[in-house]
Design a protein around this ligand. Structure first.
Ligand code: BTN
Length: 323
């Protein structure tokens, strides 16, 4: 993290309170003049930071910035062992965590960013990740799961996001199988799990669980093509408290609770109740062909059971299904 990012994280975990330049310099092992320069630059970036002689620096309590300190304040015991790192901008949090995973980083590293310049979605699609209005985060996991069981990571994360959004916003959410979280008929969160298999035992070596949530409305709205299908948890464009930090922490709290006993499927009932398409007609895209079907059930392995128009039934474990 740069000095600026570290200062923001320090001030962000003590919003409204003062921290002296000396204390900041000491904690970060930099000079006081480096602190002063970084503060000036943060103010130029638009952060409301007061500088008061003999007291130090204070970040306005009305600032909604993602910081490791502010997120940690809301973490329950199951989330406390996570190691959070927040960037202001990054190409993709999934890519960053994948690099760490390949170099032996232990489970529990979480990278978040205020913005992604090359955010990625499933099937090679880009993921719109504008600055300051969303949560873009990736968690490094090393679960003892087979490749087939890795669907449990994605589906439990979808349930965790749904519960977190509901508790922070008081609004209902739905899940579009496999892992898109919806509100009012539009997508509010996408999840991309990227896993690497160990050749030795056939289990996952690591999995990177990437979660992108649109929290508030981007200032310029959603770009063409997304406007009709994407939405944000809150309809206003600004939110001045630690809303995103609370939401990120809630997602981590719910997910880590599920993760501790993942193969018992503790999330399945919350997941199943929110599935949008059960009992409804869906279109299944397979091998470049479209087939009409009815979605009937979600089984214990989170597969979608569909019945085609000719009566044939099939369990789908991945692939494209549109409602
Ligand atoms: C999808 O909807 O297709 C999945 C979107 C996943 C987006 C998240 S944002 C954090 C992480 N980093 C990425 O580049 N992608 C995931």
């Amino acid at each position: 993290m740069t000095v600026k990012e570290q200062i923001l994280s320090l001030l962000g975990s003590n919003k409204g309170g003062y921290i002296s330049g000396e204390e900041i310099a000491g904690q970060l092992s930099v000079t006081r003049s480096a602190v002063w320069k970084a503060i000036k630059s943060l103010q130029t970036d638009g952060y409301s930071i007061q500088a008061v002689t003999n007291k130090g620096y204070s970040l306005s309590p009305l600032t909604d910035i993602l910081s490791a300190g502010a997120i940690s304040k809301h973490l329950k015991p199951q989330g406390q062992q996570l190691r959070l790192e927040v960037y202001k901008t990054i190409p993709s949090t999934n890519e960053a965590v994948k690099i760490l995973a390949a170099t032996g980083e232990a489970e529990g590293k979480v990278i978040l960013s205020e913005e992604q310049t090359a955010g990625r979605g499933r099937n090679g699609r880009p993921f719109f990740s504008p600055r300051g209005t969303g949560i873009y985060m990736s968690i490094l996991l090393r679960p003892k799961l087979s490749a087939a069981e890795s669907i449990l990571l994605t589906t439990s994360a979808a349930a965790a996001v749904a519960l977190a959004i509901e508790s922070v916003s008081g609004k209902d959410t739905q899940i579009k199988w496999v892992n898109d979280v919806f509100m009012d008929g539009k997508k509010v969160c996408g999840i991309l799990t990227e896993a690497s298999l160990s050749l030795e035992n056939g289990l996952l070596d690591y999995a990177v669980l990437g979660i992108g949530i649109n929290v508030t409305l981007p200032a310029a709205g959603f770009p063409d093509g997304l406007g009709g299908i994407a939405t944000s948890v809150f309809s206003e464009s600004n939110h001045y408290d630690d809303l995103r930090c609370r939401l990120a922490a809630e997602v981590l709290n719910h997910f880590m609770e599920y993760y501790a006993h993942l193969t018992d499927r503790p999330f399945l009932s919350e997941y199943r109740q929110r599935i949008l398409s059960l009992g409804k007609p869906v279109t299944v895209m397979k091998d470049n062909k479209q087939r009409g079907a009815t979605a009937i059930d979600i089984d214990n392995d989170c597969r979608l059971k569909v019945r085609y128009e000719n009566g044939d039934e099939e369990y789908l474990s991945s692939g494209e299904v549109s409602i």
